[in-house]
Ligand binder design. Structure first.
Ligand code: HEC
Length: 90
């Protein structure tokens, strides 16, 4: 019986861990914070800010995809959308 209790403990623990992760990923991503974190790894944020004045949404999409092309895994699908939302709506 002790073994069964251990197993259900592991299963419950696994479920709580899963629920916690799901809750975290469903939180809206902060596009501004993400951009400041990820888009300053190779150049300053100034380059991003200067471009905000002139790029339209399509241009930003092309630029962000080009940056992801330089470093695979830079942004996942959700993060890319959040960063684009920030860049386009400023
Ligand atoms: C792996 C390094 C790297 C990362 C990470 C990176 N960039 Fe760049 N970025 C570059 C390089 C190199 C250039 C200059 C060459 C070019 O334009 O392709 C550049 C140029 C730019 C330019 C100026 C050129 C243009 O098209 O207006 C902008 C704007 C820009 N990056 C935005 C971003 C944004 C937004 C992010 C985050 C999503 C980002 N970068 C992340 C390397 C990077």
């Amino acid at each position: 019986m002790k073994k069964a209790a251990t197993i259900s403990g592991v299963v419950l623990g696994g479920f709580l861990l899963f629920a916690g992760t799901a809750a975290m990923t469903s939180e809206p991503l902060d596009g501004e914070k993400l951009a400041q974190e990820r888009c300053t790894q190779c150049h300053g944020f100034g380059r991003v800010e200067r471009a905000m004045a002139e790029k339209d949404p399509a241009a930003w999409e092309a630029t962000v995809d080009r940056m992801i092309g330089k470093k695979s895994g830079l942004l996942n699908e959700e993060e890319r959308a959040a960063v684009l939302g920030y860049l386009v709506n400023r």
